[in-house]
Design a protein around this ligand. Sequence first.
Ligand SMILES: Cc1cc2nc3c(=O)[nH]c(=O)nc-3n(C[C@H](O)[C@H](O)[C@H](O)COP(=O)(O)OP(=O)(O)OC[C@H]3O[C@@H](n4cnc5c(N)ncnc54)[C@H](O)[C@@H]3O)c2cc1C
Length: 386
Amino acid sequence: MNEKSASPERTKIALRIAVIGGGIGGLTAALSLRQAGFTVDVYEQAPELTQIGGGINMGPNAVRILRRLGLAAGLDREGVRPLSTHQRRWQDGRTLQRAPLNPLCEELYGAPHITIHRADLLDVIASGFPAENIHLGHRLTGLEDTGEGIEAWFENGARITADILVGADGINSAVRAALFGEEASVFAGCVAYRGLVPVERITDLALETGNQSWVGPGAHLVHYPVSRGRLLNFVGWTEHDEWNREDWTDRATVARALAAFEGWHPQVRRIISAADTCFIWALFDRDPLLRWSLGRTTLLGDACHPMYPFMGQGAAQAIEDGAALAGCLVTRLQDMSRANKTRFHMRDGPAQEARDAEWARAADRSPDALRWLYDYDPAQIDAVAA
Ligand SMILES: Cc1cc2nc3c(=O)[nH]c(=O)nc-3n(C[C@H](O)[C@H](O)[C@H](O)COP(=O)(O)OP(=O)(O)OC[C@H]3O[C@@H](n4cnc5c(N)ncnc54)[C@H](O)[C@@H]3O)c2cc1C
């Protein structure tokens, strides 16, 4: 927990928020909300913060948000900036399209496009949030909105109360089930073979630092560098009629992955065969929800809008949700305005002196301290929606 927040210390807001799920979406939301002045605790079922799986593409829309949260140094350290995105034909390798990514994204959108190992990304996000407010080994099993607050309970016997509860607990969200009822996710007819290859094993391919995707009949394969460029991540998607396991870490053999990409371009097969091991993962889906919030509880990320990873935007949208949620909690202004009635009208005495000293120290009316308020531009949201 060493990443320094870029935001100034904020006035504390008397609302306790419980975030269920310490994945990319949950931790980003927790960090955004904390920086907006809320008291936030994260409850994660796993005994440690972990993201199984290899790499992830982070478009500039997500990187921009993470940078604003003070995470630029960590992203620069761990992320790779691909020079281009290149789509090729499965068999002959012909270029179908190719476009520059960096530094163009920075020029166009104020942030780079990066590729990064999931575990590194999660570490970077977690580094901005106090470890003591992340409660590991807490698997949510139920919740109740009492009207006064939210009560939630966990498999380990713990019970908590909060003013607001955020369900960031992924595609099989227990919070979602508690709000809107149980409904099984549906197999989407695709499985992925994924692996990580040390780049020194494939120097003969002379790969540019970039994102390449190969498209072919009933399948496609994507590869890009992660782990500061030391590893090449690949994910090869193939269509299947049925699947009876749902586990990101199910092992497959390299031979099985090669068989799935039989007849594909030598570069594709060379990359797969350079892996020590391969994992297999099935894609699941859900219909869109009509609403994401009920009373004091809201959902974000895969808990409310899981999407196919074929735009590389699932995690990015979870990151956007977290930032938007902090921006939406405008009751902060109501709280602060109400508190100011008392603070502005104090009789002379110790409380007034403490207030004067606090103002002399923190200047909470300065434009800099009010950046969270003055920076917000709803026109930007309208432009995107249009
Ligand atoms: C192969 C593949 C490639 C992808 N590539 C990209 C990409 O390039 N770019 C991109 O933006 N997206 C990508 N995605 C999508 C992305 O991974 C997801 O959209 C993203 O991880 C969702 O984040 P989340 O925080 O909402 O959920 P999750 O990452 O699923 O996190 C949920 C967390 O909640 C915890 N949890 C679950 N239940 C409970 C409970 N009852 N109590 C407490 N904690 C609980 C879990 O342990 C987990 O830590 C890809 C997905 C796949 C499968």
